[in-house]
Design a protein around this ligand. Structure first.
Ligand code: 13P
Ligand code: SF4
Length: 301
């Protein structure tokens, strides 16, 4: 452990704080976290902790979700400019327009969205919960926002319903190409290809497994194989290679590094704990409306 990591652990105990990290954080941050997980697990675990301070090492929508689900707690986002490119693609007017076009449809919102967008929706989902949630809805029509790739993946798993999409996407996952899958298969012949549902359809169709960051991690953990081609952010590859002896993960594409996830540096985690910043603050009305959509998601699971 480095000096700064030791200082963080000491301070976290003194302040009675919980540090959560998404898989896409760098390993030095994952190492000081109390829990590392996918978006759904991070949202769920915040509801179980007694700790008054939550340091969310990830991007803004994750910290906002933690605050919305736990309004009495102090939620800190160590890098205040860590947004999500997909979350920023959609505006409330876009959602209102889709609702007017499809008045009978339920609005299902990927958690990678701002708190304000969530207030216009019926229910949230994460990549690991989206199929289950779509199946559980009583409506036969679903407006899926903002990710058209995750939306089309869910629609393939739930063919009995009609889906309408927004044009959003994750610029990091969306640029991975089917050619890159073929090149990687050629190079690592025995390795299965595991991809995130934010990848485009051509890539998903060539994969052996499609799942959330945690689902990909667990697939590798449970597999008897020793090599894997990973079609999600490099943080997952680093975690597998660090923690799983005898297994080797290869990154499917050099594009798979999220600029926003990498904005958090270990010194920012220390600073967040020392100075209690940046504190996530949302107005009560937004929190109350957005909470309904997030709680529905957590309760269905
Ligand atoms: P997960 O819910 O699978 O962790 O994904 C979050 C994300 O931002 C993927 O780009
Ligand atoms: Fe957002 Fe894409 Fe980064 Fe995930 S990888 S946080 S969807 S920009």
């Amino acid at each position: 452990m480095t000096e700064i990591q030791k200082e963080i652990i000491k301070l976290k105990e003194e302040k009675n704080a919980l540090i959560l990290a998404h898989y896409y954080q760098t390993m030095d941050i994952q190492e000081v976290a109390d829990f590392v997980g996918d978006s759904f697990e991070l949202a769920k675990i915040t509801q179980k902790t007694e700790k008054p301070i939550i340091v969310l090492c990830g991007v803004r929508f994750m910290a906002e979700s933690a605050k919305i689900l736990n309004p009495a707690k102090t939620v800190l986002l160590p890098a205040s400019d860590a947004g999500c490119l997909m979350a920023d693609m959609i505006t409330p007017d876009d959602v209102i327009k889709l609702k007017l076009e499809h008045p009978e449809a339920a609005v299902m919102c990927y958690v990678n969205s701002t708190a304000e967008i969530k207030t216009h929706c019926d229910i949230c989902c994460t990549s690991s919960s989206a199929v289950k949630i779509a199946k559980s809805l009583k409506e036969d029509e679903i407006i899926f926002i903002p990710d058209r790739n995750l939306g089309s993946y869910v629609a393939e798993q739930v063919p009995e319903k009609t889906f309408y999409y927004f044009r959003g996407f994750c610029p990091i996952h969306n640029v991975v190409s089917a050619d890159e899958v073929e090149e990687a298969r050629e190079k690592y012949k025995d390795a299965p290809v595991l991809v995130h549902p934010e990848c485009n359809k051509e890539v998903r169709d060539k994969a052996d497994f499609i799942g959330s960051t945690s689902a990909i991690f667990k697939y590798v953990q449970d597999s008897k194989k020793s090599e894997f081609i990973i079609g999600t952010e490099i943080g997952v590859v680093e975690r597998i290679n660090k923690l799983m002896k005898g297994k080797k993960a290869y990154l499917l594409s050099t594009h798979l590094s999220c600029i926003n996830m990498k904005k958090t540096k270990i010194k920012d985690v220390l600073n967040a704990l020392k100075n209690l910043e940046e504190v996530i603050e949302l107005d009560n009305d937004t929190m109350e409306k957005a909470r309904i959509t997030l709680e529905r998601m957590v309760n269905i699971n």
